[in-house]
Design a protein around this ligand. Structure first.
Ligand SMILES: Cc1cc2nc3c(=O)[nH]c(=O)nc-3n(C[C@H](O)[C@H](O)[C@H](O)COP(=O)(O)OP(=O)(O)OC[C@H]3O[C@@H](n4cnc5c(N)ncnc54)[C@H](O)[C@@H]3O)c2cc1C
Ligand code: FES
Length: 340
């Protein structure tokens, strides 16, 4: 038996494919040469998330809560790498059709600079072997020299340039963190696969609220850099949260953007209550500083999983969710229990 799956892309294009019994939507799409957004294909990363509001389906049972929460599943969200249709279905894919026809590219990159911006954050600059046509907010999988392992990192630089940069949290004993902080040097060659992900800046048609936690600032910087190239008349406001004052990085770059972009402003928030800082607590403690109504805004949120979950809960409890809400969780590649 097979079912028809209508893949509804966000640019309005619909492509209908046949999905066999016991075949996931992702596998069926690939069989039809449609490259849906994906990364792990194992129910771990959440990259393949879409929504299904028409038809019967089995969600699959091999995914983790970080990739799809019960609340999201109850709202009709699905993971295409897990979903098994039980009837004809319509699946909305939060990506333009053009992105799904081309799929990720595999290229190489050469380190031009690697430096610690703070105790917790490393900046990596590379020269890509060719410019990647990514959307601001997207990420790549970065390889190590002489290893098949990769880690996901969001561009902090603007699209369309061969010079690319990343903000990387220095995780104690992390494999990439250790490589970057102890061994990496200019000239090292690292593989790059991408671009990937459905967290990217949509057409700016209303006020934009950006929320960044730690190195979650990276994709937000890329979005702001692209707004520098195509300025908007809509207000754009960023709340950037960290644990300690010493974790704040790229403040000069943010100030430059604020000086240059008429409608952009930002504030920083520090969790540690003993800090000498104007705004203490979590970003959700300072939502009153947002200079426009949330209900009419598009919100973009990126950071570590607990922060993303806290903000999602805040929007839920507030009863006035933003007009649209896009988020990226920096889920670890290696689950803690496996790494132990
Ligand atoms: C879509 C996506 C985009 C991402 N973009 C970025 C980015 O732009 N910048 C960035 O810094 N990270 C980003 N990450 C996270 C990144 O891919 C790595 O997981 C992270 O850098 C750790 O890699 P590592 O090799 O140093 O540690 P690993 O060797 O993978 O992990 C070592 C141990 O540390 C734990 N661990 C891993 N990450 C954390 C953490 N953040 N906090 C606490 N413990 C942790 C692991 O569970 C494991 O026990 C992204 C993740 C995803 C899914
Ligand atoms: S591709 Fe990672 S959860 Fe589906």
């Amino acid at each position: 038996m097979s079912f028809k799956v209508a893949l509804n892309f966000e640019d309005g294009v619909t492509r209908v494919i046949e999905c066999n019994d016991d075949e996931t939507v992702l596998d069926a799409a690939y069989r039809h040469h449609v490259k849906l957004p994906m990364d792990c294909s194992d129910g771990v990363c959440g990259t393949c998330k879409g929504s299904c509001k028409q038809g019967q389906y089995d969600l699959g049972d091999e995914y983790v809560d970080e990739a799809l929460t019960d609340d999201e599943a109850a709202d009709g969200l699905i993971l295409t790498c897990q979903m098994l249709p039980q009837s004809d279905v319509v699946v909305s894919i939060p990506a333009p059709s053009s992105m799904c026809a081309s799929g990720p590219q595999s290229i190489s990159s050469t380190i031009t600079n690697v430096q610690a911006l703070s105790e917790t954050t490393i900046e990596l600059n590379v020269e890509l072997s060719e410019a990647l046509d990514f959307l601001p907010g997207q990420y790549i999988n970065l390889g190590f020299p002489d290893s098949q392992d990769t880690r996901a990192y969001s561009f902090s630089s603007r699209p369309g340039s061969q010079a690319a940069s990343f903000l990387i949290r220095n995780v104690p004993n992390g494999k990439m963190s250790t490589y970057l902080s102890e061994q990496a040097k200019a000239g090292d060659v690292l593989s790059v696969t991408g671009p990937l992900g459905s967290f990217y800046l949509r057409a700016v048609e209303r006020p934009v609220l950006m929320l960044a936690g730690g190195t979650g600032l990276a994709p937000i910087l890329s979005m702001l850099e692209s707004l520098r190239a195509t300025p908007t008349s809509q207000p754009v406001y960023l709340l950037y949260g960290v644990t300690n004052v010493s974790d704040l990085v790229k403040l000069e770059a943010l100030q430059e953007l604020a000086d240059e972009l008429d409608n952009f402003s930002y504030a920083t928030v520090v969790v540690n209550p003993d800090s000498q800082h104007d705004k203490l607590g979590f970003v959700t403690d300072h939502m009153e500083s947002v200079p426009f109504a949330l209900a009419n805004a598009d919100a973009y949120l990126c950071g570590p999983p607990p922060m993303v979950d806290a903000v999602r809960q805040y929007f839920k409890d507030a009863g006035t969710p933003p007009h649209s809400f896009h988020y990226e969780k920096f889920n670890p590649s290696t689950p803690k229990e496996e790494a132990a």
